[in-house]
Design a binder for this molecule. Structure first.
Ligand code: ADP
Ligand code: MG
Length: 240
């Protein structure tokens, strides 16, 4: 589903990604960990070309994301992204936020957008909150609206960049539960997060990044209990 090879990214003189290779199979959930500043967000942002990689190749669902002939707006619709900040429009209801994406990004009619938006909100457990504005919702509910907005567009892969980091601890579970449902429905997912419990029971593979490179990767049990590299061991030791 995702095949990124030899991705480099420079910001001026700063070399942030130093040749990252990342392959993700259909239906796989890959969990990315690593110290702050190691390049996790930049990698996700390169995958859907929110950032322009300096070099490398990226295929997503058979589409060459770096080919100038690729219609990037069209290609991006296959890639949902959820950020730490929910980025909802504060003056619009939950339904309105999801509908807006369906109308503007997918060109759906008002009626179709409305029924798809209702279905997406139902999937994230917010059928009864459709008419609430973000200010009337908890952080966890707002993040679930953001997830509904993404999945309504029927992406082939979902990227999550620290989706629960801004939430109060008691609100984290509801968002992780939605992510677990999504995973069980067969969504391909790349998740940057510190929720190691979630990684242990939902991830197929854990990727450890440090200083712009993938240092090691493997099944959660192997990475958490028996990391091969000293840097991985040190990082796991800090966060557990
Ligand atoms: P992580 O998500 O692992 O914390 P990031 O990908 O956000 O790491 O950042 C990696 C490095 O790239 C950091 O040193 C950060 O300051 C730098 N960086 C990220 N985005 C930009 C940008 N737009 N301009 C300049 N430097 C950036
Ligand atoms: Mg980040």
């Amino acid at each position: 589903m995702v095949d990124a090879r030899a991705i480099h990214k420079h910001f001026g003189t700063l070399h942030v990604l130093k040749g990252v290779d990342l392959k993700v199979d259909e239906r796989e959930l890959v969990f990315v960990i690593g110290p702050s500043g190691s390049g996790k967000s930049t990698l996700l942002r390169c995958l859907n070309r929110l950032e322009e990689p300096s070099s490398g190749s990226i295929m997503v669902d058979g589409i060459d994301m770096l080919d100038p002939r690729t219609n990037i707006n069209h290609a991006r619709r296959r890639i949902g992204m959820v950020f730490q900040s929910f980025n909802l429009y504060p003056h619009m209801t939950a339904l309105g936020n999801v509908m807006l994406a369906l109308r503007k990004v997918a060109g759906k009619s008002r009626g179709e957008a409305e029924s798809l938006a209702h279905a997406a909100l139902k999937r994230v457990g917010l059928a009864d909150r459709a008419d609430h504005t973000p200010g009337q919702l908890s952080g966890g509910q707002q993040q679930r609206v953001a997830i509904a907005r993404s999945i309504a567009l029927e992406p082939r892969v979902m990227l999550f960049d620290e989706p629960t980091s801004a939430l109060d601890p008691e609100l984290v579970g509801s968002v992780l539960e939605v992510m677990r449902d999504l995973r069980e429905s067969g969504m391909t997912m790349i998740v940057v997060s510190h929720e190691m419990g979630f990684a242990r029971n939902a991830a197929d593979r854990v990727v450890f990044m440090d200083d712009g490179l993938i240092v090691e990767q493997g099944p959660p049990g192997a990475i958490f209990e028996n990391p091969a590299h000293e840097r991985t061991r040190a990082f796991i030791g800090q966060i557990q």
